[in-house]
Design a protein around this ligand. Structure first.
Ligand SMILES: Cc1ncc(COP(=O)(O)O)c(C=O)c1O
Length: 366
């Protein structure tokens, strides 16, 4: 078989490989997903849909109830006004990112992605024929706005991700506004990936689309409602973008899973208290882990969001920690700029966090 250059230009995600290779006694801080079950009322909505036989194709863009619920969510939580025609319900945020890269990126285009940043951005830009260019973080692990500004000339797309995977940084409003405005001046489209919007600890999330027409919002039920396996996300964009993205979506996906869409309606319109509960628990776990590092003499800025800690271990300690049976992700998985870091996901029990800290303490002592 011959394979396309585009597909050979990317590698399989190292994170999944790590996850699959973890031994039986390992504490897994590798994969970034909630350790919660989906709230009961959301599961119930899917069960009802299943019983009612709502098992056929849905409209390509998603069921009208869900698009209406998402419009209402965007108004209520994000201060954004969208019409249902400006939305496509996708198989998770991942599909939305893929569609947008396919639609916006031409061969050889420069696509600015956070570095360190979520593994998919550079890969999806490459598959679309683009050339990913990393936007560095500053010493506090927030986007270096001045550096981003310098990179914008001649770029097509800039990806923003606040709260960030892998750093946990929440960008301040003034940075987001400045980045969107600089991008608009240079004709660059901003993709704002807001999947961790509800996981912030003492900082507020601000949607980039508040500051310009050149912003496309990507979000999902995955992290907010502990629904990673249901595969429901969306993109919200100007209609001309939706028209183009729909072409890829209808040929490769047709629609998001029918019963998962009904579950998502319950998620966005139902009781939001599980979201607050999960956020409180993640914050307690963050504090537990951060205090553990302080006791070990490992200092770094406290992450303000998501459920990751990006720790300056250096490579030797990263390897030693992994050899102690703590699955963590070496920083190089997230780009070129973070080789001396490792990502730890604290969406796991307090017991697991305590055990991981114990083993990390042993690795440090050695
Ligand atoms: C920043 C970011 N965006 C998107 C995704 C993918 O989300 P989904 O599961 O909805 O495709 C992830 C998953 O880890 C993520 O961390």
């Amino acid at each position: 078989m011959r394979f396309s250059e585009r597909i050979q230009g990317i590698e399989a995600s190292g994170i999944r490989k790590l996850f699959e290779s973890a031994g039986p006694g390992a504490v897994n801080l590798g994969l970034g997903q909630p350790d919660y079950d989906t709230p009961a009322h959301i599961k119930e909505a899917a069960i009802v849909a299943l019983r009612e036989g709502k098992t056929g194709y849905t409209p390509n863009a998603g069921i009208p109830e869900l698009r209406a619920a998402i419009c209402e969510k965007l108004r209520r939580e994000n201060g954004l006004t969208y019409r249902p025609e400006q939305l496509i319900v996708t198989a998770g945020a991942s599909e939305a990112l893929h569609l947008l890269m396919q639609v916006l990126v031409r061969d050889g285009d420069r696509v600015l992605v956070p570095d360190p940043g979520f593994v998919s951005y550079a890969a999806l830009a490459t598959v679309a024929g683009g050339k990913p260019v990393g936007i560095p973080a500053d010493t506090t692990l927030h986007t270096d706005v001045e550096k981003a500004k310098e990179l914008l000339d001649g770029a097509t797309v800039m990806v923003l991700n606040s709260p960030s995977n892998p750093t946990g940084a929440v960008e301040p409003e003034e940075s987001i506004r400045a980045l969107v405005e600089y991008a608009a001046d240079r004709g660059v489209t901003v993709l704002s990936d807001e999947v961790y919007e509800h996981l912030t600890y003492g900082k507020s999330h601000v949607s980039a689309a508040r500051f310009g027409e050149n912003v496309i919002t990507v979000n999902a039920t995955s992290k907010t409602y502990a629904m990673t396996g249901w595969r429901v996300g969306f993109l919200a964009a100007p209609e001309e973008v939706v028209d183009q993205a729909m072409k890829v979506h209808q040929y490769c996906q047709a629609c998001a899973t029918s019963i998962a869409q009904y579950a998502a309606v319950a998620a966005y319109t139902g009781d939001q208290s599980p979201v607050a509960e999960m956020r409180r628990e993640y914050q307690a776990r963050r504090d537990l882990m951060y205090e553990g590092f302080t006791r070990l003499g490992i200092y770094f800025p406290i992450p303000e969001g998501a459920f990751y800690m990006f720790v300056p271990f250096g490579r030797q300690l990263t390897e030693r920690v992994i050899s102690k049976g703590v699955v963590i992700v070496p920083g190089e998985a997230f780009g070129r700029n973070a080789k001396e870091y490792a990502r730890l996901c604290y969406a796991t029990s307090r017991e697991n966090i305590a055990e991981a800290l114990h083993r990390i303490g042993q690795a440090v002592a050695e």
